[in-house]
Design a protein around this ligand. Structure first.
Ligand code: ZN
Length: 401
């Protein structure tokens, strides 16, 4: 359903919605018939919400498609990730609060090591430390090209953001330069369409200038560029759902994706407890609040089943205080599955629960993949969840007479 049609139904009145995202929530059992991470976790508070609310499973992008966290979150915000696609460069730039203007081109970049023949010997420059990399990134900031000013901001370890401010508008259809393996030279920036050729030329010129400045460094003597993208011109979350929206997340990427749709995103310290404080402090002046909790995904990617269980239990423990803060509708879910057995994101559908508002009773009496399969909502697309939550909060008017 198009966002402008939702916008016509969302009048601006209604209850407050809390979206609580446990990153990488969905999982798999260690052995056939066993519990998933969520099912193994002791989650009395999520279970109570599930009993009093309604459950289901969602496909963040589409069945069989393994989502990145960016598209996974866009879906949860109500944006179909197959329609609203953006690059990692934009997400990374917004996440470190770099103010992207119209026409700016953002790139997710990192230091690498090349040998005397220009072949990549380490794609992450020996996982260079933040302390060592930050001054190098500062050296790359402010390169002036014929046709663009260029900004560089360090992110973490080998990663940084490059932003081109071109004099003339140019497209963002430029391929990554990372060869994806060692023993090969970085690829030249290559335009996928005629409108992006100027951008590819600017990036090639920037790479040359950057390599000159890095020539004396033993490890970080070259850079790789990925996710070339410009800030998209999308309808904002508030325009679509009629809700003033805020967000709290410890990781920059998630603040970035929240800002992309106009949410007032702030930094929260690590852990579940600070999310309670963030919600308490700012729910009064907002209609929608997105809380992001990263640890389940990290544990899943590390292949640590037990740590993922513990992370889910930590997320569960703050639920009574989240409820006390007074949201009318609570939506708990993940942006994708990250089964510990796979050590990676996966395509498996993600459990969700919606608590609050008029609802049909369903059979789900606990929060888990198997229980959610029997839930009232069945299996839906991730981008449909916001509509269900908004409807539960009394925010969507009748469609047609
Ligand atoms: Zn994620």
């Amino acid at each position: 359903m198009e966002l402008d049609r939702i916008a016509r139904l969302a009048g601006g009145g209604g209850g407050k919605v809390l979206l609580y995202v446990l990153d990488g929530l969905g999982g798999l059992p260690l052995e056939p018939g066993g519990p998933t991470e969520l099912e193994a976790a002791r989650t009395p508070n999520f279970d109570e919400l599930a009993r009093g609310g309604t459950c289901g499973l969602h496909d963040p992008v589409a069945p069989g498609i393994t989502p990145g966290s960016g598209p996974g979150h866009l879906a949860l915000f109500g944006y179909d990730p197959l329609v609203y696609e953006t690059g990692r460069g934009v997400l990374e730039a917004l996440g470190i609060e770099f103010p992207l203007g119209p026409g700016d081109i953002a790139v997710r970049a990192n230091f690498c090591t090349v040998d005397a023949q220009g072949r990549v010997t380490d794609r992450r420059a020996g996982r260079i430390s933040t302390e060592e990399a930050a001054p190098l990134a500062a050296q790359l900031d402010g390169i002036e090209l014929d046709g663009a000013r260029c900004s560089v901001r360090h992110v973490k370890e080998h990663r940084f953001v490059l932003v081109l401010h071109p004099d003339l508008a140019s497209g963002d259809g430029v391929d990554d330069t990372d060869p994806g393996q060692t023993g090969q030279p970085p690829r030249a920036p290559c335009a996928r369409d005629a409108g992006s050729e100027a951008t590819a030329r600017l990036l090639a010129a920037w790479l040359k200038a950057a390599a000159e400045r890095l020539a004396d460094h033993p490890r970080a003597n070259m850079t790789l560029l990925r996710g070339v993208s410009s800030k998209p011109d999308w309808p904002l979350f508030e325009e679509v759902f009629g809700m003033r929206a805020a967000a709290a997340a410890a990781y920059p990427m998630y603040r970035g994706v929240a800002r992309l749709v106009g949410m007032d995103a702030r930094t929260a310290p690590d852990g579940a407890r600070p999310l309670v404080d963030a919600l308490r402090a700012r729910l009064a002046e907002h209609d929608f609040f997105f809380l992001h909790f990263k640890p389940p995904d990290k544990a899943g990617e590390d292949g640590d089943f037990d740590r993922k269980v513990a992370a889910i239990e930590e997320a569960d423990a703050i639920v009574p205080e989240l409820v006390d803060a007074g949201p009318d509708v609570i939506l708990v879910t993940g942006d994708h599955s990250t089964p510990a057995t796979m050590r990676a994101h996966s395509w498996h559908p993600v459990p969700f629960l919606i608590h609050g508002g008029p609802a049909r009773h369903d059979a789900a009496t606990s929060f888990g993949e198997t229980a959610c399969r029997t839930g009232a909502h069945g299996r839906v697309r991730g981008c449909e969840l916001m509509r269900l939550a908004a409807a539960s909060a009394g925010r969507l008017a009748k469609f047609g007479a």
